[in-house]
Ligand binder design. Sequence first.
Ligand SMILES: [Zn+2]
Length: 138
Amino acid sequence: MIIVIAALIAVGVIAFILTVRAKDLPVPEPVSPFQHLDERKAAIYENLRDLQFEYRVGKLSDQDYQQTKKDLQRELAGVMAEVDRLKVQLSPNGSVPPPVAAPEPQPIDPLACPHCGAKFAQPLKFCGECGKPLKVRA
Ligand SMILES: [Zn+2]
């Protein structure tokens, strides 16, 4: 009798494990594709902070500091680019290039200030808005 009960319990446990497994499998833990990038970004920021601290307390030479800072910033830029690329891939129209990639071709307006964008009815030597010289393009 005890063996039968034990066998029933064992079967029940196995059945339970199998049904739970089967139920869980189609719903994998939703992991953000940005998570590992966010973690890398956070790590780089932390390194930058550490670097600044070590530089301030005099542990690093100016050259070492500048070099390492440059390396870290380049790595950060790489992570940012990766995030942008993922965003494009995950956008609803994934196959369509992002609108940023196709900017409106701006015709060069000889009457517009290249510095502030102000437009004038006639060619001027200096911008009436920001005061910078308006170069006449050849
Ligand atoms: Zn201007």
